[in-house]
Write a protein that binds this ligand. Sequence first.
Ligand code: S3P
Length: 177
Amino acid sequence: MGKKEKKSNIMLIGFMGSGKSTLGIRLSYKLKLPVKDTDKIIEEREKMPISEIFKTKGEGYFRKLETALLTEIASKGGRSIYSLGGGTPLQLQNQGLICKCGKVFYLKASPETIYERLKGDTTRPLLMCDDPYKKIKELIEYRSPIYERCADHVICVDDKDQSQILDEILKILGEPL
Ligand code: S3P
């Protein structure tokens, strides 16, 4: 990806459970920038949780909302931190929009890490299946090259605590730790 404006948005992408939301909040404190979670914005607008949107209106409907929201963010510009839903970068159209929005960080986690973090979670409709580990592995294998293509920076999060990840990103951004 080309060189991005230092003042542009910070976009966090990665698989479910890779730590985008938590990291977004920590970055927001550190950089004194607003943080926004695209899943939460969609939930507020639709007045229902993501799992309910999937159930009642279908995944296709949700994906359209993601693209519409990204289009808004890309046209607004500005300097905020955005945590994106794990599936947002999958559509080709969204990949271009994400890159246009700002500097993109991919929080890369192994299937083992994700499985351990999301065991027992009931808020991710895509993982509500008989063998969530297998599903996580398959999805990550498919998605990881897409996330990497979209990213300006890949941050491996396995075996790191949140402070280490935060420091890594601050260094890349040229911000004091
Ligand atoms: C999804 C990830 C979720 C949410 C939806 C679909 C995906 O977001 O957007 O359940 O396709 O990976 P998080 O990555 O914030 O869990």
